[in-house]
Design a protein around this ligand. Structure first.
Ligand SMILES: [Zn+2]
Length: 277
C-alpha cells in the first residue's frame, strides 16, 4: 500500500527540452518525452554520490544523478555530451537556485573574491541551437553529433590510462632511453588511433535517402576509402559544433580596486555541486 508520505515526494522545479530536441536522435528507450521534461532538485543520496571521486570519474555519478532528477530519461549514457552538460546546469539550478559563486583573482591587485554567476546566462549558451549537423558529401547525408556520454567517458578513461602509462615509462629507472622510446612508440600509436575513433564516433549515420548505415565499423571503412578531404570535412563540422557551445568568460569587477577583468569558467563537478553559504 502506498504511504501517505508519497505525496510529499520531490516535485519538479523546472520543465525543459534538451538541446538536441529537433534532431530525432533518441527513441523512447532513451527519452520518453521530448518537451516539457520535468526536472527535480537533488536529494541527499545524489549529493553524497557526487562526493565519491571514483563514481565521478567513471561517469556513474552523473548517470545516476540524471536518472534521479530527470526520470523521463531512460538511458543517460546514450545522451550527447551537450545534453548532459545542459542537464547538469539545469539540475544545479533546480537544487540550489540560479546563482553560482565563482572565486577569481584580480589580475591587478591579486585580491581573490567570490563573484556571482547567473546560471541562466549559461543556459542561454545551449538554447536555440542544434548540436547536430548534417554534412553533405557526394549525394550522401552524414549526421554529425556530439559523442554519447558513454563514448566520451570511455575515451576520457582510456586517455587517462594512456597518459599514466607514458608517465610510468618515463619514471622507470630500470629502462634505457632507447627502451623507453620503444615502449612509448606503442602508446603514441594508440593515441593516434583513439583520436581517429573519437572523430569518427561523431558520425552517427550515413544515408543516401533510401538506405541508412549506423554501424561504426562500416562508417569507418567508408571514410577510410573516401577522398581524404571527407575526414577533414568531418573534423571541421565537429569544430563548428564545439564552437557553438563555447562558454564565454565571466565579466568581473574587482571589489578592491575596481579593475574590470574576465575569468574563464570551469564547471568542475566537485565545485559545481556543492552549495555554498
Ligand atoms: Zn583588484
Amino acid at each position: 500500500m502506498p504511504s501517505f508520505l508519497d505525496q510529499f515526494k520531490r516535485q519538479p522545479r523546472l520543465f525543459i527540452s534538451l538541446p538536441t530536441k529537433d534532431s530525432n536522435l533518441y527513441d523512447e528507450s532513451v527519452l520518453q518525452i521530448q518537451d516539457q521534461i520535468p526536472v527535480t532538485g537533488m536529494n541527499t543520496m545524489d549529493e553524497l554520490l557526487l562526493k565519491t571521486p571514483d563514481a565521478l570519474f567513471s561517469g556513474e555519478a552523473t548517470e545516476r544523478l540524471i536518472r534521479s532528477c530527470v526520470p523521463s530519461i531512460q538511458d543517460a549514457w546514450q545522451l550527447t555530451t551537450i545534453d548532459v552538460d545542459y542537464l547538469l546546469v539545469v539540475i544545479r539550478i533546480a537544487t540550489y537556485g540560479e546563482t553560482l559563486q565563482i572565486n577569481a583573482n584580480c589580475p591587478k591587485c591579486k585580491e581573490e573574491s567570490a563573484y556571482d554567476l547567473d546560471l541562466h546566462r549559461y543556459i542561454e549558451v545551449y538554447e536555440n541551437k542544434n548540436p547536430v549537423e548534417i554534412l553533405r558529401y557526394n549525394g550522401l547525408l552524414l549526421t554529425i553529433a556530439p559523442l554519447t556520454y558513454r563514448k566520451s567517458t570511455d575515451i576520457a578513461r582510456r586517455t587517462y590510462i594512456n597518459q599514466k602509462t607514458i608517465q610510468n615509462i618515463n619514471d622507470n629507472l630500470n629502462l634505457s632511453e632507447d627502451q623507453k622510446d620503444l615502449q612509448k612508440q606503442k602508446m603514441v600509436e594508440d593515441i593516434l588511433l583513439m583520436n581517429v575513433e573519437t572523430i569518427m564516433s561523431h558520425v552517427r549515420s550515413i544515408t543516401d535517402g533510401e538506405n541508412i548505415e549506423t554501424n561504426f565499423d562500416e562508417i569507418l571503412k567508408f571514410v577510410n576509402n573516401a577522398d581524404r578531404d571527407l575526414y577533414q570535412q568531418i573534423t571541421d563540422t565537429i569544430d563548428k559544433i564545439n564552437q557553438k557551445y563555447e562558454i564565454p568568460p565571466m565579466q568581473c569587477r574587482c571589489i578592491e580596486c575596481n579593475t574590470d577583468f574576465k575569468t574563464a569558467i570551469n564547471f568542475d563537478y566537485s565545485d559545481f555541486f556543492v552549495a555554498r553559504s
